[in-house]
Design a protein around this ligand. Structure first.
Ligand code: MOS
Length: 749
């Protein structure tokens, strides 16, 4: 297979690019059904306690107000019994509690009332008139405070998170080995997609339409229909475009159900567009982590033991686990002894959720910094140390990785970056008055595959429409699926229209875990086979067809636009001729939803390497990332431009994580302190370097027929570590608590 190109199609521009730049692309909250009213929330200003009273009299009398709901009067959906498998069609909830369900307050920012009015200004004004009084209780806000309630979950979804292999403790006491042990801290981080979350709910009798900014239209449909006790198809979910998500639109959050409750109460459609500040409390965040890593290696750098102990927070109304160790140390290097422990502390902070590479991202930050510290202790080059511990087999499952080309990532990256010119001595490299640092790290993300189905409508003019209830989060999925459809169906790219983002279409899973390309790609492969077979059925019965009287099973696509005999390609017929002679305007086929086949003999995981340059003025120690080389092995890439965009976005988000992103809560009250984009700093153009992206490797056909392992999340992994390692190399100072803000480097001058 190695000779097969690792890039499927040409570097396509986005098929939805024109719609987006002209404003023609309609995002969920931009739909406005007739009579649509607007919702504005009232929130708890305590982190724990009870709602003592809700006085809505004055608000009710304010202009334009149609309804005010709280736990006292809200229409009551029922609890849609929790199903936690991400792979299922049952949807995802991280906050496992109905909005306005009772008088309990579990975190600051919890919605306690919702005002619906004719205009958004009226709703906002009236919300300010709602008087809610609370009976506060002492909140649990820290790991220490929540110690008694801490849990060590065995699994996170279906993945084991407490890992044990070999005798780690004994090896760590071996005085002949070189050891390091350090604790790394990452703060709470918040997804900040340009498009805030939001839902429009419109009832028509016992039918409900939701325009919802979501990563999972079928999941929203399932949860909301169960909550209202409706047949699944009575709830329609529409989401043709998503303006970024990063995980915060994967679950059904309170605003989704709240919109449907408010629309019921008000008797008109209701638009609930989550405010930017509420994106920090009501649609999840990356939970803070405290990771202690111990490594022991021989003098020549062979790892003998690795211990990765992670403490993270979760909320009191969910069970989200950020399994850092299992997803980094559990997959990365060859070591005879590995131990991973995860402990989760429930606190009175809103529920965390998956944020781009949940687990892998903070996990690789800690592990790859620890590896850099080990390299320093061993006086070994960081790339050499990683090569010395390269894992051909999955270190825990002990089965070979499929199509792994990590050595090539290091080699190509080092060459492109000029790594050989690195002087290992910290503070040894300068650019005029600036300190220069070069750091690197390994990247990794697993290949996930779920289940999906697809429908194709092929027309006699040679064009096709392909449908799946999948999603484009701004990732380029429309373009990738158009490319895969074109290749699999044998129809020119320009003649394929790919439709997504509607629950009416065949099943697509959550656009999470970087699974969409692999999952939907597999469905497109299947449906293409069905289409070719359906055309063959027509051709073999048509006396004017060269394939007349042949067996349909002996027929396959022989070139784009033509089916023919498997063993005699010259005997063939064109799609268009077959349909025209049959007097058909079109033909339609749909694939069945099947469980994905699991190959347990191999392990499917993507890898990569980042090489980073930073420059720092020692007198004003703001870290500027000046250069990044990122080399990725992710199986086959569907089309280069959107794929490269994904890596650039991921690396930039990793730079943000390393240098600026942090969400703070008041440690006394639990009230969010950072809740807007002025205080929550993300990478802007001025912070972002040119990022040189290369893809290496081969299609991973053992994983799926398209050979793709997915690409949305690997970009962020390792990136923060590469920056932190470069900062150490520039300054000689190791900062182990992110973000590395200038105050932490004031003593380097
Ligand atoms: Mo991704 S964090 O699985 O949406």
């Amino acid at each position: 297979m190695a000779q097969t190109a690792n890039i499927l199609g040409p570097a396509r521009n986005r098929v939805d690019g024109r719609a987006k730049v002209t404003g023609a692309a309609k995002y969920s909250v931009e739909f406005t059904p007739p009579k649509c009213a607007y919702a504005w929330p009232v929130e708890s200003n305590i982190a724990k306690g009870k709602i003592a009273a809700v006085d809505a009299k004055e608000a009710q009398a304010a202009p334009g107000v149609l309804a005010i709901i709280s736990h006292l009067n809200a229409p009551k959906p029922k609890e849609p019994a929790a199903k936690k498998e991400r792979n299922s069609g049952h949807g995802i909830r991280n906050e496992e509690r109905l909005p306005f369900g009772d008088d309990e307050v579990h975190y600051a920012g919890q919605y306690v009332a919702l005002v619906v009015a004719q205009t958004i200004e009226q709703a906002r004004y009236a919300a300010g008139l709602v008087r809610v009084t609370f009976t506060p209780e002492e909140p649990l806000l820290t790991m220490k405070a929540a110690e008694d309630k801490a849990k060590k979950p065995e699994t996170n979804h279906d993945e084991h998170v407490q890992l044990k292999k070999g005798d780690v403790d004994a090896t760590l006491t071996d005085s002949g080995l070189t050891k390091i042990e350090q604790t790394y801290i990452t703060p709470t981080e918040t997804h900040n997609p340009i498009e805030m979350s939001g839902t429009i709910a419109a009832w028509d009798g016992d039918k409900l339409t939701l325009w919802d900014a979501t990563q999972f239209v079928k999941g929203v449909q399932s949860i909301v229909s169960r909550a209202w006790n409706l047949p699944t198809e009575n709830v329609r979910v529409i989401c043709p475009f998503v303006g970024g998500a990063f995980g915060c639109k994967g679950a059904v959050w309170p605003h989704v159900l709240a919109a449907s409750m408010a629309a019921k109460a008000a008797g008109v459609p209701v638009k609930f567009h989550v405010r930017r500040q509420d994106m920090f409390t009501s649609t999840g965040h990356r939970t803070p982590t405290e990771q202690t890593i111990a490594l022991a290696a021989t003098r020549d750098g062979k790892l003998r033991a690795m211990r990765h102990v992670t403490n993270t927070l979760t909320s009191t109304v969910g069970e989200f686990t950020e399994s850092c160790g299992a997803r980094s140390t559990g997959v990365m290097y060859d070591s005879p002894a590995i131990r991973v422990e995860e402990t989760v502390f429930p606190v009175n902070v809103s529920t965390p959720t998956f944020m781009r590479a949940p687990g892998e991202c903070p996990g690789t930050y800690a592990l790859e910094c620890a590896m850099d510290e080990l390299a320093v202790a061993l006086k070994m080059d960081p790339v050499q140390l990683r090569l010395a511990n390269h894992a051909d087999n999955h270190p825990i499952k002990n089965v070979p990785f499929s199509a792994k080309h990590l050595r090539e990532c290091y080699q190509v990256g080092a060459e492109k970056f000029g790594w050989a010119k690195r002087n290992a001595q910290p503070r040894s490299m300068r650019d005029g008055g600036l300190l220069v640092g070069w750091g690197m790290a390994t990247k990794t993300y697993p290949a996930h595959k779920m289940n999906a189905a697809a429908k194709v409508i092929l027309r006699a003019d040679g064009s096709a429409t392909v449908q799946c209830a999948t999603h484009d989060l701004g990732t380029g999925a429309y373009t990738a699926f158009t490319q895969i459809s074109s290749e699999q169906l044998g129809i020119p790219f320009e003649k394929v229209t790919f439709e997504l983002g509607k629950s009416d279409f065949p099943f697509g899973p959550v656009a999470g875990g970087s699974n969409s390309t692999a999952t939907v790609g597999t469905a497109l492969h299947e449906v293409a086979g069905l289409l070719h077979n359906a055309l063959a059925q027509l051709a073999v019965k048509d006396s004017k067809s060269p394939l007349y009287n042949e067996k349909a099973d002996d027929i396959t696509m022989v070139e784009p636009g033509r089916i023919g005999l498997k063993n005699a390609h010259a005997k063939s017929d064109s799609y268009i001729d077959i349909l025209r002679r049959a007097g058909r305007d079109s033909i339609e086929v749909q694939s069945e939803l099947k469980e994905p086949e699991e190959n347990k003999k191999q392990s499917f995981q993507s890898f990569g390497a980042d090489f980073v340059e930073v420059k720092i003025d020692p007198l004003l120690p703001r870290v500027q990332v000046t250069r990044v080389v990122s080399v990725i092995n992710c199986g086959r890439v569907v089309t280069f431009k959107p794929a490269r965009n994904q890596i650039i976005g991921g690396v930039n988000m990793g730079i943000g994580m390393a240098l600026m992103e942090a969400t703070e809560y008041d440690p006394q009250t639990g009230l969010p302190v950072i809740r807007n984009l002025a205080d929550y700093h993300v990478v802007t153009n001025a912070d972002a370097p040119v990022i040189d992206v290369t893809f290496v490797g081969e299609p991973d056909f053992a994983f799926n027929p398209i050979g793709c392992r997915g690409i949305g999340e690997i970009g962020i992994t390792g990136a923060a570590a590469a920056v932190a390692n470069a900062v150490y190399h520039a300054t000689g100072k190791r900062v182990r608590d992110l973000p590395i803000t200038p105050d932490k480097l004031l003593d380097i001058a």
